[in-house]
Design a binder for this molecule. Structure first.
Ligand code: C2E
Ligand code: MG
Ligand code: MG
Ligand code: MG
Length: 285
């Protein structure tokens, strides 16, 4: 009896793995197809800044976030397809697609949304950042479009700072000469040594949303956020909070001395066309 139970458990386990495997294969095939068709779309989510002297919030720029709506699979989250693309060497293709769409968006935003900085932040993964030609490609595209590097921010993560710090720092310095700025994304979730923060030309730290969610009720989250804000002050880095979903989050952050925000409380990521039409988003009070 026990033997049979185990056998059926194993059977169950195997079909689970089989299903998982099949889904992954289906996802991968679909991903290759949409990359080729360039039917993935960049959405933009605005970021706001409050000058501490008054309570008006002004638009600081946007973060570019990839969206994939598949005919058969429906919406597929980047949390699912980015790691897949990463493991299959597809990130350079995705990055090219994002950069193309972002540069077009920046030019359009400059024309039609004068109240908002058209600066767009792009997420880059470790493998892309170190891949040959990454820096040259950006240089080349900026030259071709005539856009200033000041309109681009790159969001990097702690994990990419861990190995080959020299190469990473050198690439960052080169991009910095074009006016490009750098934000350290998901700060607090990785394990980069704080010493790295000094060695890299970073402009800002993004406090990960996992520390914001329960900020008003969880003492250790509050302690972490306070520490990051203090770190930002002493290293002269801007601090921006991600995942600001409620007025409570906002008030708490303001009390703690954080004045840059991104999150559903203000706006969700939306297609570029949405922001081109929108006239009311730029400044909020
Ligand atoms: P991330 O860079 O940390 O992006 C922030 C994520 O938080 C986005 O999820 C955004 O939609 C979501 N978000 C924004 N405001 C709120 C909020 O108030 N509450 C909550 N719960 N979530 C909020 P998304 O778009 O699903 O992207 C997930 C991750 O996928 C990103 O995390 C980023 O690491 C990666 N990703 C997305 N687009 C790209 C891309 O073009 N290139 C690369 N390399 N990675 C990307
Ligand atoms: Mg990001
Ligand atoms: Mg983040
Ligand atoms: Mg994240």
């Amino acid at each position: 009896q026990a033997k049979e139970d185990n056998a059926s458990k194993l059977q169950f386990f195997n079909t689970g793995i089989q299903r998982e495997f099949n889904y992954r294969q289906q996802l991968l095939a679909a991903l290759r197809k949409v990359i080729k068709a360039e039917s993935l779309e960049v959405y933009l989510q605005p970021q706001y800044q409050q000058l501490s002297t008054d309570s008006t919030l002004s638009c600081l720029g946007f973060e570019a976030l990839l969206r994939w709506r598949d005919d058969e699979l429906g919406w597929v989250s980047p949390a699912e397809f980015i790691p897949l693309a990463e493991s299959q060497g597809l990130m350079p293709d995705l990055h090219r697609l994002v950069l193309d769409q972002v540069l077009v968006a920046i030019a359009e935003l400059q024309r039609s949304a004068p109240d908002c900085s058209a600066r767009v932040a792009i997420n880059v993964s470790a493998s892309q950042f170190k891949s040959p030609g990454f820096v040259e490609d950006i240089e080349e595209r900026l030259r071709a479009t005539g856009l200033s590097g000041k309109l681009i921010e790159l969001e990097v993560t702690e994990s990419m700072l861990i190995d080959d710090i020299e190469r990473t720092a050198a690439n960052m310095e080169r991009l910095k000469t074009l006016g490009i700025t750098f934000a350290l994304d998901d700060f607090g979730t990785g394990y980069a040594s704080l010493g790295y923060l000094k060695r890299l030309p970073l402009n800002s730290l993004k406090i990960d949303q996992s520390f914001i969610r329960d900020l008003h009720t969880n003492n250790s989250d509050e302690a972490i956020v306070r520490t990051v804000i203090a770190l930002g002050k002493s290293l002269d880095l801007d601090i921006i909070a991600e995942g600001v979903e409620t007025e409570e989050h906002l008030r708490k952050l303001q009390q703690m001395g954080c004045f840059r925000f991104q999150g559903y409380y203000f706006a969700r990521p939306e297609p570029v066309s949405f922001w081109l039409k929108s006239e009311t988003f730029a400044n909020r009070s």
